[in-house]
Design a protein around this ligand. Structure first.
Ligand code: PHE
Length: 453
């Protein structure tokens, strides 16, 4: 196949950044990041996380975007297009598609919770006078046998709607407007949280590294969280790469996306941990953390109802731009490799994710006793995908780029066929060829065998 012609792709660099940042910024930053930091002990985890994002994450992101842009194809076909003699590499793409599907399934459970919180906040249901204990409130909702399923389904349907509209109208237009508003709101939340009495313990927890808490599992989880948050290691950004214009600088684009994503993650840490300590809660409570902590913060603000409503609404929108990217990766694959129409592909993926996602949602209620390796389906998927499947997928992607593709081709793609200087190239190539694969491999082994525990 010839190089991508970019027909129907993103119309500007800003559009590409907005869409990819929209994919990256989502529940991973505001829901998963704080609870993972909380479980693995705070500051030291954060430090390792930052190293992974910039030293390994950014080069992987550049690799994915280049693969997609060069092939103009979906996450699976890209490997076949770029390696026509050894089509077996497409297995890396299939692995990615499976990972997308599994992540989307449990992610959709959390989107359902978020949507419910919008409705509750708007109708005054998140007020302390009415609810009393927000942990109990969350539990009551999450364990309800069908209510969470309804919200989950509504959310999936919304995502499907945007995906059916296509790349430019749907994804790009949407992302550009709303992210800046979320950002401002996060800052307001941070200020409120930091001014609560007793907030300093939370600041210390987040920023003061205690290296005794770091072990193999914590380091692997930091890597997994970095990949989850950046949306890398599973081909979503290969898909978006196919829509990126030939003249865009992929290094700058990736750096920009990773920086914004990290900023939002840190802001959400600053919004949440001071409040956790101020309200005497526990940072280790797991996936329910933000849904139990944040309502307390809103309740301590004047105008809390409005802020809460706006916040959960924007969080839903941030989550939507992430689900859109997962949806799109699945749909583009079905369209290209199975010659399906966009509408058909979108319907099939929506139903499939809903069926699997139902199991995840029910893990909190009727299926809570159904455990595999001592975890509910939700916990298992959350842990398995982010911690193991993403690093393995990323390993496949970078080995393909650095060891299978000719160096001149990789240089050609990243320098826009010589139109930009690409001074970063040697460093990038060294990282992707040696440092990243070795580091990811070691961290995977150390995490799997529980070294340093
Ligand atoms: N990065 C998204 C988030 O932080 C989640 C995501 C993961 C999206 C993988 C696409 C692919 O919420």
């Amino acid at each position: 196949m010839a190089l991508s012609k970019n027909t129907g792709g993103f119309t500007s660099n800003l559009g590409a950044i907005a869409a990819a940042a929209g994919s990256a910024i989502g529940l991973g930053n505001i829901w998963r990041f704080p609870y993972t930091v909380g479980q693995y002990g705070g500051g030291a985890f954060l430090l390792v996380y930052l190293l992974f994002v910039f030293l390994i994450g950014v080069p992987i992101m550049m690799s994915e975007l280049s693969l997609g842009r060069r092939s103009g194809a979906n996450a699976v076909a890209s490997f076949r297009v770029l390696s026509p003699k050894r089509k077996g590499w497409a297995a890396v793409g299939i692995w990615g598609i499976i990972t997308v599907f599994l992540i989307y399934s449990f992610y959709s459970t959390v989107t359902g919770w978020t949507l419910n919180y919008v409705v509750e906040a708007a109708s005054g249901g998140l007020s302390a006078d009415r609810v009393g204990d927000f942990s109990q409130f969350f539990q009551d909702f999450a364990t309800h046998p069908y209510k969470p399923l309804i919200y989950q389904f509504i959310f999936l349907a919304l995502s499907a709607l945007v995906v059916v509209l296509g790349v430019q109208k749907g994804i790009e237009g949407f992302s550009k407007v709303l992210m800046p508003i979320l950002f401002v709101l996060m800052i307001v939340l941070c200020i409120r949280s930091l001014t609560l009495p007793g907030a300093s313990a939370g600041v210390e927890f987040l920023f003061k590294p205690d290296f005794s808490k770091l072990n193999g599992v914590a380091i692997l989880s930091a890597l997994g969280q970095a990949m989850f948050s950046l949306s890398i290691g599973l081909g979503v950004l290969i898909t978006y790469g196919a829509y990126v214009r030939k003249e865009d600088n992929l290094f700058k684009t990736s750096l920009c996306i990773a920086s914004m994503d990290t900023l939002v993650a840190i802001l959400s840490g600053v919004a949440i941990f001071p409040a956790v300590f101020a309200f005497g809660m526990s940072p280790t409570s797991g996936p329910s953390l933000v849904y139990e902590v944040l309502p307390n913060v809103f309740n301590s603000m004047s105008g809390g109802v409005i802020f809460a409503t706006l916040f959960f609404l924007l969080l839903s929108i941030a989550a939507l731009s992430s689900t859109i990217s997962m949806h799109e990766a699945l749909v583009y694959w079905l369209m290209q490799d199975f010659k399906m129409k966009r509408g058909v592909a979108t319907t099939i993926t929506t139903i499939a994710v809903f069926v699997f996602g139902t199991l995840c949602t029910l893990s909190f209620s009727v299926m809570s006793d159904f455990n595999i390796f001592g975890r509910t389906i939700f916990d298992l998927l959350d842990h398995l995908t982010a911690t193991y499947m993403l690093p393995i997928g990323a390993l496949g992607i970078i080995i393909f780029l650095a060891w299978r593709l000719p160096k001149v081709d990789v240089h050609d793609e990243l320098s826009n066929s010589g139109k930009i200087k690409a001074r970063f190239f040697d460093f990038f190539y060294f990282m992707i060829r040696f440092v990243a694969p070795v580091a990811v491999f070691i961290v995977l082994i150390a995490g799997m065998f529980g070294l340093g525990q």
